[in-house]
Design a protein around this ligand. Structure first.
Ligand SMILES: Cc1cc2nc3c(=O)[nH]c(=O)nc-3n(C[C@H](O)[C@H](O)[C@H](O)COP(=O)(O)OP(=O)(O)OC[C@H]3O[C@@H](n4cnc5c(N)ncnc54)[C@H](O)[C@@H]3O)c2cc1C
Length: 414
């Protein structure tokens, strides 16, 4: 029998990246990934974008070709992991299999937060996390006349854009006073609200859903504090996610809104790491414990753990960035939208090409770009070189300031 190698629980973006990077770095021991989904490992972002719009087929979602994993010597076991026996260094699969590990990586991701409301069990009330969810939603969307989206976060709005494009009437109900309120500035919220409204989408902000009603088991209407009955033959609930940390918790690892890891992404057990959506880690940019739900975070976590397992131990400090495509508009964020003490937008709101600069204590900490890819890439390169903070409000406010040109000069000097 071969020596135990690395076992990865979860075949999402983070878990798969650990395996890919391990092989790239020359790791030659066994690698086993436990996958509790039907499909080969796939990307999730297109589910609410290209796939939902019918522009990307199922095959376009796969992280690697079906034969890649076998060729790379990465075993994908289609099984849910029920328990981790840390004393024996084994994971226990649902069918009773025991798999030994030398290193264990928990990449269990997150799941959609459920709404506890009368009517959520009705046919036509759905959420979006997996390929199966997206396939059902896409089919239902084509036939729907009235869609209600509960929650104006990224996924809810991306879906709203796709649904309105297919000719469906869309209403978005949001408890906060503006969309994406926890993640973007009011300038960006205002722009996107208008763009969705231009497509015919209606919103109720500061509104809460009280119940969902149906007939013969199918959804018919959504009842909110502000609306007696919003007609609906399809409802998407998009009210955030919660980390899958129960497996870690049951194994006695430290958890608190995620699996707690140190700057090297090691849990409270030195032989167990956690990566991606499920990991709470000390973030070098926000200087706080953070759990981030993004592809960048998942991929960079995966790379860092693979590097550590092959002898290159570094602390996690990758540049945080994020994107969301809503209809024709691309939002990109470089840095973490912390409560800055100063901010302003530059560019042209009217033509939908602008960036919002966020400063803290006189230093640039985050750039939100709307249809300004060059600004986003420049901000990322400045963040990477450690020079973003050298941009002061005075520098950025000047008429002829161009972030791309500034970054090229600064990075060359760094
Ligand atoms: C519709 C949608 C759109 C998104 N759009 C964007 C975007 O535009 N930009 C962006 O940056 N991010 C986006 N994200 C977020 C991004 O996809 C996630 O942050 C990323 O996929 C996290 O990867 P992960 O591997 O940590 O978790 P996941 O992708 O959630 O993978 C975890 C896997 O582990 C499995 N698992 C859990 N427990 C077990 C167990 N006990 N045994 C076996 N398997 C288990 C889960 O079923 C899942 O397959 C989007 C997400 C969704 C759902």
């Amino acid at each position: 029998m071969s020596a135990p190698g690395t076992v990865i629980v979860g075949a999402g973006q983070a878990g798969v990246q650990v395996a890919l990077s391990l092989r790239e770095l020359g790791y030659d021991k066994p690698i086993t990934i436990f996958n509790n989904e039907e499909l080969l490992p796939y990307q999730k972002p297109p589910l609410s974008k290209g796939f939902m719009m019918g522009k990307i087929a199922q095959e376009g979602l796969y992280l690697r070709n079906p034969d890649y994993f076998a060729r790379a010597g990465i075993s994908i076991v289609s099984e849910h992991v029920d328990a981790v026996d840390r004393a024996a260094r084994k994971v226990i699969g649902r069918s009773g299999t025991h798999t030994e590990y030398e290193a264990l990586v928990l990449a269990t991701g997150s799941r959609n937060r459920a709404l506890e409301l009368p009517g959520v069990e009705l046919d036509g009330v759905l959420s979006l996390r997996s390929f199966d969810d997206a396939a059902v939603l896409r089919e239902r969307m084509g036939a729907a006349r009235n869609v209600v989206v509960i929650g104006a976060g990224f996924i809810g709005l991306e879906f709203a854009a796709a649904a309105s494009k297919s000719g469906t009437r869309v209403h978005v109900v949001e408890a906060a006073s503006r969309p994406m309120a926890r993640a973007v500035t009011p300038e960006v919220s205002t722009y996107f609200t208008q763009r969705h409204m231009d497509r015919g989408t209606t919103f109720s902000f500061g509104d809460t859903v009280q119940r969902i009603e149906g007939s013969s088991g199918r959804v018919v209407s959504v009842h909110t504090a502000q609306h007696e009955a919003l007609p609906a033959d399809l409802v998407l609930i998009g009210v955030g996610v919660i980390p899958n940390s129960e497996l870690a918790h049951a194994a006695g690892l430290a958890t608190d809104n995620g699996i707690i890891v140190d700057a090297h992404l090691v849990t409270s057990d030195p032989s167990v790491s956690a990566v991606g959506d499920c990991a709470v880690y000390p973030n070098a940019f926000s200087k706080s414990l953070l759990r981030v739900e993004s592809v960048q975070n998942a991929v960079d976590h995966g790379r860092l753990v693979a590097a550590r397992l092959t002898g290159n131990r570094t602390a996690y400090c990758a540049v945080p960035w994020f994107w969301s495509d809503q209809g024709e508009d691309k939002l990109q964020i470089a840095g973490i939208s912390l409560a800055g003490d100063e901010r302003f937008a530059k560019g042209d709101h009217m033509s939908g090409r602008f960036s919002v600069f966020l400063f803290r204590a006189g230093s640039l900490v985050c750039v939100e770009s709307v249809n300004r890819v060059a600004d986003h890439m420049a901000a990322r390169s400045l963040l990477k070189s450690g020079r973003l903070g050298r941009v002061t409000p005075d520098i950025a406010r000047s008429e002829d300031f161009d972030l791309k040109a500034y970054a090229a000069k600064e990075v060359a000097e760094a």
